[in-house]
Design a protein around this ligand. Structure first.
Ligand code: APR
Ligand code: PHB
Length: 390
């Protein structure tokens, strides 16, 4: 098989890239290790910056997010048992974020790809990438017991943190990593959200909490927990009790409980691989960087990588210019590091750290107090939250 761009991974990065390239008349094939249903079963964050919504529209898959996405003007910080609204809309001159689950977004992209008859190989095993240092890269994989090869002009490594692409170039990569001493226990539940008009981030002496939503009838909640806790340790009742104890009394009284439809514990990590380009191989999304979920930047960073990469590939084919490809890594990393900084900062501000002594704790309290009482500090939070300019 021959194509122009071989894309490894059918997560949001790979699917969105495939769609944008197809719209520009560039052939692409996606090779994915898992089945489509498996990919759709992964529950992840669901807060979109405006650049991400705009890109979905550009890719021709913006109708449902525009119809069903829930626009948020405000976030709330809860600490010391008191809620503090941050008017991100007002502080940023009218910018907002949209609540729309990654699962829904992936669904929209998969549906569009199928309707257009674009080639996607699911359940491909032993995927390997070759010769991206020269001009004729290839991708090899096995499917149903047979070996296959794709010849291509470029390879897009959209295969997530555990993928094969970054692994293949590991000797040329510089890695930066920070692992946090706790995890998030997340619960998805079909009840109306406790706070339908704002995402609520809580810092209490019992640890971090987050109240989010997928729709007016589906809520997503999290509490900070020890990273080696097991889901089995957390009955639904224990989760609801713990969440309520971390909120202010009024919000706690309003939480509607129900049976969880998903419950999982995720570790928190900051990670960046530099550079993001190796000859004709380009890394995008989680393959190149991970942020802790505080601030919901992961999916949005993946989308902006894909915006830069699709733009650069289109420029290559249409205008015979490699300027965009040559600056891809540098442009992405500039934005990536700002989101890394913000996610690390918000994580540090909102969690309880097991090793923080009295001084660190008082400094955190002072910073929270400053943040909600200074327009300058609130604005800095708000402009990062809605997404920094490209
Ligand atoms: N061969 C083929 N496909 C692979 C391989 C491999 N060796 N390894 C991994 N994959 C696939 C995974 O099965 C997955 O479907 O690559 C895909 C990567 O998808 P994601 O992990 O969702 O990464 P990305 O598309 O970059 O999306 C970033 O997802 O993790 C969140 O916070 C992150 O929201 C952000 C978004
Ligand atoms: C979510 O809805 O899953 C979510 C929202 C905000 C975050 C992280 C996750 O910061």
């Amino acid at each position: 098989m021959r194509t122009q761009v071989a894309i490894i991974g059918a997560g949001p990065s790979g699917l969105l890239l495939g769609q944008l390239l197809h719209k520009a008349g560039i052939d692409n094939v996606i090779v994915e290790r898992q089945s489509g249903d498996y990919v759709l079963g992964r529950i992840r964050a669901g807060i979109l910056e405006q650049v991400t919504v705009d890109l979905l529209r550009e890719a021709g898959v913006g109708q449902r997010v525009e119809r069903e996405g829930i626009v948020h003007h405000t976030i709330e910080l809860v600490f010391g048992g008191v809620r503090h609204p941050i008017d991100v809309h007002g502080l940023t001159g009218g910018k907002v974020v949209t609540a729309y689950g990654q699962t829904e977004l992936t669904h929209d992209l998969m549906d569009a790809r199928r309707e257009q008859g674009l080639p996607t190989v699911y359940e491909a095993s032993n995927v390997t990438i070759h010769d991206f240092d020269g001009t004729r890269p290839t991708v090899r994989y096995q499917k149903d017991g047979a070996s296959h090869e794709i010849a291509c002009d470029f390879i897009a490594g959209c295969d997530g943190f555990h993928g094969v692409c970054r692994q293949t170039v590991k000797d040329s990569v510089q890695e930066f990593e920070k692992v946090y001493p706790f995890g998030w226990l997340g619960v998805l539940v079909d009840v109306p959200p406790v706070s339908p008009h704002a995402i609520v981030y809580g810092n209490s002496e019992r640890g971090f909490s987050l109240c989010s939503m997928r729709s007016m009838t589906r809520s997503r909640y999290y509490v900070q927990c020890p990273v080696d806790d097991k889901v089995a340790d957390w009955s639904d009742q224990r989760f609801w009790d713990e969440l309520r104890r971390r909120l202010d009394p009024e919000l706690a009284a309003r939480v509607v409980t129900g049976p969880s439809i998903e419950k999982s514990i995720a570790p928190l990590r900051s990670f960046v691989a530099e550079p993001m380009r190796f000859g004709r191989l380009f890394l995008a999304g989680d393959a190149a960087h991970i942020v802790p979920p505080t601030g919901a930047k992961g999916l949005n960073l993946a989308a902006t990588d894909v915006k830069y990469l699709s733009g650069a590939l289109i420029e290559h084919y249409r205008e015979k210019s490699d300027a965009g490809l040559d600056t891809y890594s540098q442009r992405c990393l500039r934005r990536v590091w700002k989101a890394e900084r913000f996610s690390w900062w918000l994580t540090s501000l909102m969690h309880r750290f097991p090793d923080t002594e009295g001084f660190g704790q008082r400094v955190q309290e002072a910073e929270l107090d400053y943040l909600v009482n200074s327009r300058a500090a609130s604005t800095a939070l708000a402009e990062n939250y809605v997404g920094l300019p490209l």
